[in-house]
Design a binder for this molecule. Structure first.
Ligand SMILES: [Zn+2]
Length: 320
């Protein structure tokens, strides 16, 4: 349904990492005068695909100077360790709070195996490779690095996770937003707009931090969003207003049924999220019917329910 890899202008190429299905997760290759930076890696399973794109574009592996990741969730950074073994001159840029988990991925691996089971972990993600500490750079908030002669600024954006950062690329006036500015699948696009929704993933999601991070990024007045899920899209402030409304609505829904002891509590939260999504899909004239949208979005909805529950548990613990 779309070209891959896709030229996004300003030396940026979007590469589908084929995590779970095409069109779900991507990374970006930024090229300047024969040198390159990769932003996000996808899971380890995606590494051969990324190396193939470098080859197709005649970029020597030695000329990749950096790999930047927005956070250490495995659909974003799972491939970093193996990738670095193939890119002898690249440094990895990761949030200071995430670095230790990529240097020694034992904890990340154990939690992925808890979620997926060992067999599916290997099938879906392809394993995890440690990264030597001397190849890791941990940008502070607002640090700017000149890579290939092009400025990349790192902004710490907690909310989706405490180890989340985004990359602000002044050249494209684009934000490589990871999961800080939501998820938007191209299958949902309708004649009246796009559907973009929050990623309230376990285990560190926090709505207040999320909203603050969004406002901070809006102040940059970006022109493009280079989303990991999925694709590079023109910036639209209405989508951001709506993202904030959804975050508030999700949290209110979760808060409203927090004390409920009925066993179908999670189903009711899921139904609420589903309804909020369905209203928006209809409003933009999305080509997806109810069943198709459920098929496309149910995994994310389920993850969002889990993340909201984690947030509520933390909140309740802090109140007692
Ligand atoms: Zn993600």
């Amino acid at each position: 349904m779309f070209n891959d890899p896709q030229d996004c202008g300003h030396g940026i190429t979007r590469i589908d990492v084929h995590y779970i299905r095409p069109g779900l997760a991507c990374c970006y290759l930024v090229v300047e005068q024969g040198r390159a930076v990769l932003i996000e890696t996808g899971p380890q399973l995606a590494v051969p695909r990324l190396l193939k794109v470098l080859e197709q574009k005649n970029i020597a592996r030695e000329n990749v100077v950096a790999v930047l990741v927005t956070h250490v969730h495995l659909d974003h950074a799972g491939g970093a360790g193996l990738l670095l073994q193939h890119l002898p001159n690249a440094q990895l840029y990761v949030h200071p709070k995430g670095a230790k988990h990529l240097i020694d991925p034992a904890k990340l691996k154990a939690s992925a195996i808890t979620v997926y089971g060992e067999e599916r972990f290997l099938q879906t993600l392809g394993g995890l490779t440690p990264i030597p500490a001397n190849r890791v750079v941990t940008p502070k908030d607002e640090d700017t690095f000149l890579l290939m002669g092009r400025e990349f600024q790192f902004l710490h954006t907690p909310g989706h996770a405490i180890h989340h950062q985004v990359v602000w690329d002044r050249t494209s006036r684009g934000i490589f937003s990871g999961d800080a500015l939501g998820i938007s699948y191209r299958e949902c696009d309708g004649p009246k707009g796009r559907f973009l929704f929050p990623a309230t993933t376990p285990v560190q999601f926090d709505p207040k931090n999320s909203l603050e991070s969004i406002d901070r990024l809006l102040a940059l007045k970006p022109e493009r969003l280079h989303l990991t899920h999925f694709d590079s899209i023109p910036f639209d402030s209405n989508l951001m207003v709506d993202l904030k409304q959804q975050l508030e609505a999700y949290s209110e829904l979760a808060w409203g049924i927090r004390a409920d002891t009925l066993p179908d509590k999670d189903d009711r939260l899921l139904d609420g999220i589903k309804e909020l999504s369905w209203q928006r899909l209809q409003a933009i004239g999305s080509p997806l019917n109810k069943d198709q949208s459920t098929e496309l979005l149910s995994m994310d909805w389920g993850i969002n329910v889990q993340g909201l529950n984690h947030w509520l548990n933390r909140l309740e613990q802090s109140l007692t």
